[in-house]
Design a protein around this ligand. Structure first.
Ligand code: UGA
Length: 439
């Protein structure tokens, strides 16, 4: 098979690895680059430094076909690929601003080594104006070398959900291409030629904002239903029924109306903070986003208070937390609601048993003294209450009769509103959800 384009993906994290895998599947020749030698060695052997369902077999297949290789050499990537995707991290500073130094380092290297026309693609989530910033960094480097090489910078934000990233990359709702050069647009359209999705060609600044605005809106939608859930609890209304009824209106839709113990992860918390800071940078208070942050911050406190009130205090009580990753199908625990809950329970004097199908090892680093178990049934032994933090399928499908028989108490707190309340009540549990206090 003749591979269509030579593409380098710089930064082998969640976004970079999935992007490399999907671009390889689209028929391109891929170079994956990272400065971390250990990571690159692992990838060369077909092993993944991340947990993302379905990606490993694709990487292995592409390696076997010779369609993908990995390197730590930026020069090799810049020499060998006409399109350079920047997919490095933009971690959050303590004041909420994204740390752009990795993106800047990559731009500097590109300017240092580029000898012929290249398209540089910002895939990382970056503040409005970053495409211009990257352009000026590269220009400075070219000037220092006293060379004149043409290049274009494109903003092509990712809309991948962890746990479903490959699926989202193969069948995206849209592809956004922020670009003002017709040569670069033609090349980018060739990159995504075989993908059946609407392609929106816009300016780089618009594209950068589309990414933040999408995450901001989704986080707001979740937070709306979470705050409503608190009200539903007080008024004996079932928020799940309310969401169902609202979602039937096609203008609203059912997605992202699942009430729970708050959103987490590496994207929403960071991106909402960054968007609010962008506003402040131009003397504009983003009041909705500030409220979203506040409601999300207090959602776990609200839940904890509810557990405490139902159980008449938590001191000495054994709580079994099931599901610890920030969402199912990932081992990512960044900003996971489980972390806040574990701290809260420990502060109240509770004893914690906890289980996650894949994230235990990461939790152990943060809470070395809690009792992490190898299966859910072990976690619930002698527990006074079970708390669902993450809606893994294998947790939803547990044998709840067996769980009940292993527990000391009978409380079940469903932090994601995913369990069958009627069935659990029939098994003798005292069920409490989020916004479903109907008993
Ligand atoms: C999110 C976006 O959904 C992606 O489109 C985007 O590309 C990505 O951020 C990113 O910027 O890279 P992700 O963080 O992987 O993806 O996860 P989501 O599925 O969006 O879930 C985020 C959080 O919201 C999770 O904690 C989840 O439990 C929570 N959530 C989601 C709810 O509480 N209720 C819902 O109805 C949906």
């Amino acid at each position: 098979m003749v591979r269509k384009l030579n593409i380098a993906v710089i930064g082998m994290g969640y976004v970079g690895i999935t992007t490399a895998a999907s671009l390889g599947e689209f028929g391109h020749q891929i170079i994956g680059v990272d400065i971390d030698e250990y990571k690159i060695e692992q990838l060369k052997k077909g092993g993944l430094p991340i947990y993302e369902p379905g990606v490993e077999p694709v990487i292995r297949k592409l390696l076997k076909q010779g369609a993908l290789h990995f390197t730590t050499s930026m020069k090799e990537a810049i020499d060998g690929a006409e399109i350079l995707f920047i997919a490095v991290g933009t971690p959050q500073f303590s004041d909420g601003r994204p740390n752009m130094s990795y993106v800047e380092d990559v731009a500097t290297e590109i300017g240092r080594y580029m000898t012929e026309y290249r398209v540089i693609v910002d895939k990382s989530t970056v503040p409005v104006g970053t495409a211009d910033h990257v352009k000026s960094i590269i220009t400075v480097q070219l000037k220092l070398r006293d060379v004149n090489v043409a290049f274009d910078v494109v903003s092509n934000p990712e809309f991948l959900q962890e746990g479903k990233a490959l699926q989202d990359a193969r069948k995206p709702d849209r592809i956004v291409l922020g670009c003002s050069s017709s040569i670069a647009i033609d090349l980018m359209l060739k990159v995504y030629e075989i993908v059946d999705a609407p392609k929106l060609i816009t300016s780089p600044r618009d594209a950068e904002m589309i990414k933040y605005a999408s995450n901001g809106f989704l986080a707001t939608k979740i937070t709306f239903i979470n705050e409503l859930a608190r009200l539903c609890d007080r008024l004996a209304v079932d928020v799940a029924e309310v969401a169902k009824g609202m979602g039937m209106d096609r203008r609203i839709g059912t997605h992202f109306l699942q009430a729970g113990i708050g959103y987490g992860g590496s994207c929403f918390p960071k991106d909402i903070a960054a968007l609010a800071i962008m506003g402040r940078g131009v003397s504009m208070e983003m009041t909705i986003l500030q409220s979203v942050q506040e409601v999300n911050r207090t959602q776990t406190d609200w839940f904890l208070d509810k557990v405490k009130a139902c159980m008449g205090g938590l001191d000495g009580k054994r709580i079994a937390l099931l599901g610890l990753a920030f969402k199912p199908d990932t081992d990512d625990i960044r900003e996971a609601s489980s972390l806040k809950l574990i701290s809260g329970f420990l502060n109240e004097g509770a004893i914690i048993n906890a289980f996650d199908p894949v994230a235990n090892h990461k939790i152990r680093h943060i809470f070395p003294n809690i009792n992490l178990t190898v299966c859910a049934y072990q976690a619930v032994k002698e527990a006074d209450a079970v708390v669902i933090c993450t809606e893994w399928k294998e947790i939803i499908n547990l044998d709840w009769r067996k769980i009940k028989s292993l527990m000391k108490g009978d409380f079940i707190f469903d932090g994601r509103n995913v369990l069958d309340r009627t069935m659990l009540q029939m098994e003798g549990f005292q069920y409490r959800g989020v916004g479903r206090n109907l008993s």
